[in-house]
Design a protein around this ligand. Structure first.
Ligand SMILES: CC(C)(COP(=O)(O)OP(=O)(O)OC[C@H]1O[C@@H](n2cnc3c(N)ncnc32)[C@H](O)[C@@H]1OP(=O)(O)O)[C@@H](O)C(=O)NCCC(=O)NCCS
Length: 191
């Protein structure tokens, strides 16, 4: 993948992060609300945001993963991040994503996960894409349901975050399920 690779959806444009995004990453990902559903460093000052971007760029160069800045296509405003850790030996991708607090509940999360799942199967030729989410973060689970992933199970008290032991829910999709759906992720609205 070239470093200027972008993905375009109806409302969003995904592009690689640059270190000049450190200020906006600090502002959006520094929020406790955003950090508490993730393992983002917290507190996240500008230097930590800069380091976080550098690590993502290095992981990408080493083939360990891909990360995109999620931007609003019209304005170019950065609103969040989405990426996948990749284990090439297993043709497997593990999704992670976050949006700034003011951008929640507008469908951007589902739009972004849909795009990355399609990118993972179409461009990265993965066999399996999965995503863990904290049990305490039902909005993320809802996003994964909406993009048609299957709930595969719960890992009890799997993580320790901010002093709390947290159950983790696992959602996944196999390549054959993606292809059986016509090679496009169709948003499901059943609950
Ligand atoms: C998880 C996250 C990316 C979701 O993004 P989003 O843009 O708000 O997602 P969408 O708007 O596409 O969908 C959210 C869905 O969750 C639902 N939802 C929101 N809060 C909820 C709650 N407390 N309980 C249950 N469902 C909830 C919304 O109603 C919506 O479902 P609907 O379309 O059926 O109404 C965003 O909340 C976020 O960045 N959180 C902090 C970081 C994080 O947790 N990342 C995920 C790590 S696994």
């Amino acid at each position: 993948m070239t470093s200027d690779f972008t993905i375009r959806t109806k409302r969003l444009l995904f592009r690689p992060f640059q270190t000049s995004d450190a200020e906006v990453v600090h502002r959006l990902a520094g929020s406790h609300d955003v950090a508490s559903g993730t393992f983002l460093p917290h507190p996240m000052d500008r230097q930590a945001a800069h380091n976080w971007i550098t690590e993502r760029v290095e992981d990408q160069a080493a083939g360990r993963g891909v990360t995109f800045a999620i931007t609003l296509a019209e304005s170019g405003q950065v609103i969040g991040s989405i990426g996948m850790e990749i284990v090439t030996a297993h043709e497997q991708g593990r999704l992670s994503y976050w949006l700034g607090r003011t951008y929640w509940n507008k469908g951007y999360g589902s739009e972004a996960v849909t795009a990355l799942v399609e990118y993972g199967f179409d461009n990265l030729h993965l066999h399996r894409i999965y995503a863990p989410h904290f049990h305490t973060n039902p909005a993320s689970g809802r996003v994964l349901q909406k993009v048609g992933m299957t709930h595969e199970g719960r890992l009890r008290e799997h993580y320790l975050r901010f002093g709390q032991r947290i159950d983790v829910e696992i959602y996944g999709m196999l390549r054959k399920e993606f292809l059986n759906s016509g090679g496009r992720v169709k948003e499901r609205n059943d609950r």
